[in-house]
Design a protein around this ligand. Structure first.
Ligand code: HEC
Length: 160
């Protein structure tokens, strides 16, 4: 091996090792919570499958993210639905899906084409199953607390 090549190898090895140390330190700093996925579902398999099918049928993923799945061809700034059942009740979601004008329940600043459409005209049992399915999508308390604090910091510019 020529001297020049050895020098290059030494530099690469040095970079790799410092990256490893850096990542190790970062992991230690993050603490135990940050390595677990905060989202989970309490739905049984039947509800997961029935709800998932309706969710798919109406292309909710064209606008929403759920379990990181979303249509990457679309760029609608709609809220992610992970953990929605910890923020909204199943009844609320049912009423929202059933409303002729969802923006009367949840105001929107988006252009009309991006806003949540009304699903009042789809069969009632599909709305019930969808609401039940989403109502079972929960988020762990620690994550919700941190998200709320981060939001509060963003809005007030202070430690919350
Ligand atoms: C055209 C894009 C679009 C589609 C399709 C869509 N949504 Fe939405 N949805 C939105 C937007 C945007 C909001 C936020 C409110 C608004 O701006 O109207 C929203 C809000 C919601 C909320 C309330 C979220 C919260 O923070 O409380 C739920 C629940 C929801 N959608 C479920 C669904 C389901 C279920 C489907 C499929 C049946 C669906 N959405 C299809 C765009 C969409």
């Amino acid at each position: 091996m020529r001297k020049g090549e050895r020098n290059v190898l030494v530099i690469i090895a040095g970079t790799v090792i410092s990256l490893m140390i850096f990542n190790g330190l970062k992991q230690a700093e993050l603490g135990e919570h940050d390595r677990e996925i905060p989202f989970y579902s309490t739905a049984d398999r039947e509800l997961m499958s029935a709800g998932g099918q309706i969710y798919k049928k109406y292309n909710c993923k064209n606008c929403h993210t759920l379990w990181t799945i979303r249509n990457i061809m679309q760029s609608v700034p709609a809220p992610a639905l992970d953990g929605i059942g910890s923020i909204r009740t199943t009844d609320w979601i049912y009423n929202y899906l059933s409303s002729e004008n969802p923006q009367s329940l949840l105001p929107s600043r988006l252009k009309a084409e991006y806003q949540m459409p009304s699903y009042a005209s789809i069969p009632e049992d599909e709305r019930r199953t969808l609401a039940d399915f989403l109502g079972h999508h929960k988020v762990k308390d620690w994550y919700l607390d941190e998200a709320k604090k981060a939001e509060c910091r963003k809005l007030t510019g202070e430690e919350c």
